[in-house]
Design a protein around this ligand. Structure first.
Ligand code: ADP
Ligand code: TPW
Ligand code: MG
Length: 590
C-alpha cells in the first residue's frame, strides 16, 4: 500500500513530492503532543535514535539517560507528579527489559506511565529466525502492566497512543506498554489522512463519584466512632484534591497518619498529624478511614499485633479500584470513587454540626505526639562524629523546613526509615521514595523527574548502596544542569559497614563496600560540585548552599558504619531458621 509519492522520495531528487506525506516517526510524535506529552525520558539506539532526534526537533523535551531503568523511573515519577502518563522510550530487547522493571514498578505503585519500545521485525521474531535483538516483547510486557499494545500500521498510531493514554490514567493508574516495530516508523502515508487518524483523548480520567448509599453507610460508621483515624496514601496525593482533603480532615477533627508519599498533603506539623504516635493510633483506633492507601504489607495487612488484635476495628475505604475492597480485611463501608469526589461527598454529608471526636482520644494522641517529638528533637541535636543518622538528618530536616517547596527524594534502608520519620514535609507531592516494592535505585531517575517536572530544587537523600543502583545518572544530572543535591549516607555498606566474613576468609563480608569511598569525586568527574562532609554543621552548610545555588552537587556524608540496623525497620521480614541459629548463634537472629 505504498502511497503516492513514496517512490519519488526513494530516488531522493524530488523532495517537494513528500510534502503531502507523513511517516510513522512524525505520527507518533504528533499523537503524543496532541495528548499533552511534553517530555520523553529516553535511551537512544536502533530503531528509535531518530525518533528521539525528531521529537526534540519538533519541540518535545527529550532527556537521554545512561540506563533505561532510570529513564523509566523518571517517567513513572513524572506520572505520579502530573497525573499525566510519563513517557519512556527504549530500544528493543535489552533496552526494553531494562525499562520493564520501571514499568512494573509504575503498575505496582498505581502511577501512569507509557513505555514505548522499539522492536525488531515481526516476521523474523515470530519465526524465531534470529533477528537483531529478537524478542517477543509484547508477550513479555503483558503480565507486568495494565495494558500492552502493538502497532503495525502507520494509520493506527493515533488510536494506539489514545488507548495507551487512557489505559494509563483512567481508573487505577498504571503502566502501559506500546510496542513499535522499527519498520513502522519509516512507513509513509498521506499527511492529511495521517492528521485525521490522530485521536485526542477527551477526559482521560473521568471523575468517579461515589454512590449516595455508600456515602450514607460511611457516615453511619463514622458516627459510631470513639477513636477514629484517617490513613492517607499516595493515591490521595496523586489525586491532587488537596483542598477537599484538607477540608474533610479538618472538619472531621480526626487524627491522621500519612503514608510516606502522602506526607505533606497536610503539613506534618499539623495539629491532627499522628505520625509521631503511629503505634498508638494503629493499635487503639476503632474506626479507620483508608484514603487512597492499601492495607498491604506496609500496614501489616490491617491485622495482627500492630493493629491491637483481637480488638476489632471498622474500616471505611476510599479507593478508585473496587477490587481493592476486602483485599485483606472486611471493609465495613467501601467508597469506590476518586479521592476528591469521595471526601467532598463525605464533607457534605457530615453537615454543619458534625460532632468532634471525643477529646479523650484526640488528647491522648496529641500528648503522645508531643512526647515523641520532644524525645526525637533531643537526638537530632547530637554532633557525634562520625555522624549517626539522627545527627545528619537533624541538619537536613532544617534544610527542608527552610525550603518547604523543595522536592525530597529518599531511598536506602536506615537512610530511608530514619529520614521518613525525621524530616517533616510541608506540601503535597514533595516526597518521592521507594514506593510499594521498596525498590533500590529509584533515586536518580526520581530526582531528574522531580527537577524537570516541578522546576524546584531537589534534595536526594541516598543510602550508599541505594545510590549504587543508579549512580551513573549523576552524569545525566550534570549534563542537563539540574538543580539536584544528592547526599550519600556513606556508612560503607548495606545496613551497616562493619560486618565481617563469617568464614574468616579474605573476601569482604557480603554487605560491605570499599571503606570510605569518595562518591563526591565521582560528581567532580562530570563537572558537578563534590563535597566531603563529616559533621552535621558541614552537611547543613553544603546542602543549604547547593539548594540555593541550584548547582548539581553531591555531598558524601560520612556516617558511622555501626549506626544502622539490619534491614532498617523491617528486619522482622528476614526469614529465620532454627538450623541457622544453631550454627551461627545470636548473629543469625535479626
Ligand atoms: P500507600 O503506599 O501510600 O499506602 P498505595 O499505593 O498502597 O498507597 O495505595 C494507593 C491506592 O490509591 C491504590 O489502591 C489505588 O487504587 C488508589 N488510587 C489511585 N489513584 C486514586 C484516585 N485518584 N482516587 C482514589 N484512589 C486512588
Ligand atoms: C532492586 C534489597 C533493601 S535496602 C538495600 C538493599 C540492597 C540497601 C540498604 O543500604 P543503603 O542504606 O542504601 O546503604 P543504609 O542506610 O541502611 O546503609 N535490590 C533492589 N531493591 C532492594 N530493595 C534490594 C535489592 C535492599
Ligand atoms: Mg549504607
Amino acid at each position: 500500500m505504498a502511497p503516492e509519492g513514496a517512490s519519488t522520495m526513494a530516488d531522493g531528487n524530488e523532495t517537494a513530492s513528500v510534502d503531502n506525506l507523513t511517516d510513522g516517526f512524525h505520527l507518533l510524535i504528533d499523537a503524543l503532543k496532541l495528548n499533552g506529552v511534553e517530555t520523553i525520558y529516553n535511551v537512544p539506539g536502533i530503531p528509535i535514535t531518530d525518533l528521539g532526534r525528531y521529537a526534540q526537533a519538533s519541540g518535545l523535551r527529550v532527556l537521554s539517560f545512561r540506563h533505561e531503568q532510570h529513564a523509566g523511573y523518571a517517567a513513572s515519577v513524572a506520572g505520579f507528579l502530573t497525573k499525566k502518563p510519563g513517557v519512556c522510550m527504549t530500544v528493543s530487547a535489552p533496552g526494553f527489559l531494562n525499562g520493564l522493571t520501571a514499568l512494573a514498578n509504575a503498575t505496582t505503585n498505581c502511577w501512569p506511565m507509557i513505555l514505548i519500545s522499539g522492536s525488531s521485525e515481526r516476521e523474523i521474531v515470530d519465526l524465531m529466525q534470529g533477528d537483531y535483538e529478537e524478542m517477543d516483547q509484547l508477550a513479555i510486557a503483558k503480565p507486568l502492566c495494565k495494558a500492552a499494545y502493538r502497532v503495525l500500521h502507520a494509520e493506527d498510531i493515533g488510536i494506539a497512543v489514545a488507548r495507551a493514554v487512557r489505559s494509563a490514567v483512567s481508573g487505577r493508574p498504571g503502566g502501559v506498554y506500546l510496542d513499535i516495530p522499527g519498520n513502522l516508523l519509516g512507513q509513509v502515508m498521506d499527511a492529511v489522512e495521517g492528521e485525521k487518524s490522530l485521536v485526542k483523548v477527551i477526559d482521560p480520567a473521568p471523575r468517579q463519584v461515589p454512590a449516595p448509599e455508600a456515602v450514607a453507610r460511611a457516615i453511619e460508621v463514622m458516627k459510631g466512632a470513639k477513636k477514629p483515624l484517617i490513613i492517607m496514601g499516595k493515591g490521595a496525593a496523586y489525586d491532587q484534591s488537596d483542598e477537599a482533603i484538607r477540608e474533610f480532615v479538618e472538619k472531621s477533627g480526626y487524627p491522621y497518619l500519612p503514608m510516606s508519599m502522602a506526607k505533606g498533603l497536610l503539613p506534618d506539623v499539623h495539629p491532627q498529624c499522628a505520625a509521631a504516635a503511629r503505634s498508638l493510633v494503629l493499635k487503639e483506633a476503632d474506626v479507620v478511614i483508608m484514603m487512597g492507601a492499601r492495607l498491604n504489607w506496609l500496614l501489616s495487612h490491617g491485622k495482627g499485633k500492630q493493629w491491637g488484635e483481637p480488638y476489632s476495628k471498622k474500616f471505611i475505604q476510599i479507593d478508585i479500584d473496587p477490587r481493592e475492597m476486602d483485599s485483606n480485611v472486611e471493609i465495613a463501608a467501601p467508597l469506590v470513587g476518586d479521592v476528591g469526589s469521595c471526601v467532598a461527598a463525605l464533607s457534605e454529608a457530615m453537615g454543619d454540626s458534625w460532632q468532634a471526636p471525643p477529646a479523650e482520644w484526640t488528647d491522648a494522641v496529641s500528648t503522645k505526639v508531643k512526647t515523641n517529638v520532644e524525645r526525637m528533637a533531643a537526638n537530632l541535636q547530637n554532633n557525634a562524629v562520625p555522624m549517626n543518622y539522627q545527627g545528619a538528618l537533624g541538619s537536613l530536616k532544617r534544610v527542608i523546613a527552610e525550603r518547604p517547596d523543595a522536592m525530597l527524594v529518599n531511598e536506602g534502608a536506615n537512610t530511608l526509615d530514619f529520614a521518613r520519620s525525621i524530616i517533616d514535609v510541608y506540601k503535597p507531592r514533595k516526597r518521592i521514595d521507594v514506593g510499594t516494592w521498596g525498590v533500590m535505585g529509584i533515586g536518580m531517575g526520581s530526582a531528574v523527574a522531580a527537577a524537570v517536572e516541578t522546576g524546584n530544587p531537589v534534595l536526594a537523600i541516598e543510602g550508599d548502596s541505594a545510590f549504587g543502583f543508579c549512580g551513573m545518572e549523576i552524569e545525566t544530572i550534570c549534563r542537563y544542569n539540574l538543580p539536584v543535591c544528592i547526599v550519600i549516607f556513606n556508612n560503607n555498606g548495606i545496613y551497616r559497614g562493619d560486618d565481617t566474613n563469617w568464614s574468616g576468609g579474605e573476601d569482604p563480608a557480603t554487605t560491605v563496600f570499599v571503606e570510605d569511598s569518595r562518591y563526591d569525586q565521582m560528581m567532580q568527574a562530570f563537572g558537578g560540585n563534590g563535597v566531603y562532609a563529616t559533621t552535621p554543621d558541614e552537611l547543613y552548610r553544603a546542602v543549604s548552599e547547593a539548594m540555593d545555588s541550584g548547582r548539581p552537587t553531591l555531598v558524601n556524608a560520612v556516617i558511622d558504619p555501626a549506626a544502622g540496623k539490619e534491614s532498617g525497620n523491617i528486619g522482622s521480614l528476614n526469614p529465620q531458621s532454627v538450623v541457622a541459629q544453631a550454627r551461627y548463634g545470636e548473629k543469625a537472629k535479626k
